[in-house]
Write a protein that binds this ligand. Structure first.
Ligand code: TRP
Length: 453
């Protein structure tokens, strides 16, 4: 029965196409914007070590599980989980885990789109040439002036939502895939140029120490929770996005090697961004803990000093917008598909409804940087609170239940079949990690965080 099931939407042309599409969804603002700034806020090295451990011990095993569930179920995340559960004689209610994506995607997108809007605005700022010979304080001023204007933020946020909903209604996936084929290698190349610039600067060794020499006294339960949340956020796991992509994966493709490639590419790009950004931070006496504005204050400085810097800056921000765009789509699609399948809306109606709600919610984030920056709940403003709720709470909780479902509820036979693997050492290693290590680590981090021990 499982062999015969096929997706109603067709399959990826090859496993390479899948790896590329999933990598495009995974690589986004999380790698280039978020990773450097939360590394800066959480003290560097020790945070990075926990992030890497979480990617290896939780991220990769969970990604394998998600692709496997998607490929076996061949439907939207909620239905795939429910179908597998039913076939194994487990409650269909587990489908709720897959359904988490319907809520978390739009919540994340509401602030993701505001930040992607900043990147769009910076394309035009770089084009105007204002980065040339910018000083550190000027770069900070430029950014502060920009975010203190809610009208500008609202304009770019609206542009981004309009753009991604247009793509979703039209479903021009081919165009996007083609663009990604060019944009993605180009993004990596430009990041490498920036890293090269950093290596030549006198602050590279300082950066290496900052990023890779862990000072474990800086590890608090909060730092560990944020590092775990970042690993999940950056890989796009625990919400079902990857499950959805897995549903279109051909049967003969190796899930393990796909998951490893995607995760390594994702982690590699995050670390490269760190290596590109921190030398500029140290060279210009900027604060590593500057927060969400970090890359918007540092990159203009680096570009401003480079030959043909303005041109490179334009290319870089265009690609950042693209990277964000491919992720934004993957955040919008599950809720849209849910409205179509469960509520009987047409694709256009569903997209309109979900994007409108996301757009509206985005104003909470817009005002967090100006009018309402001081309105706080538990010490967090709206943007910080929403980021905390989604990345640090919803994603790890989703990951916990996906792990429990896959290795404690599904039969060994089903997972072996789903992965198309022999009962080998590699399989046992995956199952053991997902059975004992990943969920227990997630639980421990939570218990420690709420102060149980
Ligand atoms: N991973 C993306 C990034 O790093 C963001 C993203 C896209 C995401 N889809 C997701 C995060 C699903 C969590 C869940 O920018």
């Amino acid at each position: 029965m499982q062999e015969k099931r096929s997706s109603m939407h067709g399959l990826w042309s090859s496993s390479w196409a899948f790896v590329l599409a999933a990598t495009a969804a995974a690589v986004g603002l999380g790698n280039i914007w978020k990773f450097p700034y939360i590394t800066g806020q959480n003290g560097g090295g020790a945070f990075v070590v926990v992030y890497i451990i979480c990617t290896l011990l939780m991220g990769i095993p969970l990604m394998i599980a998600e692709i496997m569930i998607g490929r076996t179920g061949r439907q939207n995340p909620a239905n795939s989980v429910a179908t597998l559960a039913e076939e194994d004689g487990v409650s269909r209610r587990w489908g709720l885990v897959g359904g988490l994506t319907v809520i978390s995607g739009p919540l994340i997108l509401s602030y993701y789109s505001v930040i992607a809007g900043w990147a769009m605005a910076y394309v035009f700022k770089s084009g105007s040439g204002i980065f040339t010979h910018l000083t550190g304080p000027q770069a900070k001023q430029l950014f502060d002036d920009f975010v203190s204007n809610p009208y500008k933020l609202a304009f770019w946020h609206t542009m981004l939502i309009l753009g991604s909903s247009l793509v979703i209604t039209r479903g021009i996936e081919k165009g996007i895939e083609k663009a990604v084929n060019i944009m993605f290698p180009a993004l990596v190349a430009l990041l490498l140029i920036l890293v090269g610039y950093g290596i030549k600067s006198s602050h590279f060794s300082e950066t290496l120490v900052y990023l890779f020499e862990p000072d474990f006294t800086k590890l608090t339960p909060h730092v560990i929770l944020v590092a775990m949340g970042q690993a999940f956020f950056s890989l796009s796991i625990a919400t079902g996005t990857i499950m959805m992509y897995g549903a279109y994966l051909p049967r003969n493709a190796s899930i393990v090697s796909a998951a490893v490639s995607i995760s390594m590419a994702d982690m590699g790009i995050a670390l490269l961004s760190g290596l590109a950004i921190f030398p500029v931070v140290f060279a210009n006496n900027l604060e590593p803990s500057a927060g969400p504005g970090l890359i918007f204050q540092t990159l203009p400085l680096a570009f401003g000093k480079m030959p043909m810097g303005n041109l490179f800056a334009v290319i870089f921000f265009v690609m950042l917008v693209f990277a964000a765009f491919t992720s934004a789509i993957s955040l919008l699609e599950p809720a849209t598909a849910w409205c179509i399948e469960r509520r009987g809306l047409t694709r256009n109606q569903a997209t309109l409804l979900v994007s409108f709600l996301v757009w509206l919610l985005g104003f909470g984030t817009i005002f967090s940087f100006n009018s309402f920056s001081n309105v706080k709940l538990f010490g967090l403003n709206f943007f910080e609170g929403l980021d905390y709720l989604t990345a640090n709470l919803m994603l790890p909780i989703g990951g916990f239940f996906i792990a429990i479902f896959t290795v404690w509820r599904l039969s060994k036979h089903t997972t072996l079949q789903g992965l198309q693997m022999a009962d080998s050492g590699l399989y046992h290693c995956w199952r053991f990690t997902l059975r004992y290590i990943s969920p227990i680590l997630i639980l421990l981090v939570f218990l420690k965080f709420i102060g149980v021990f």
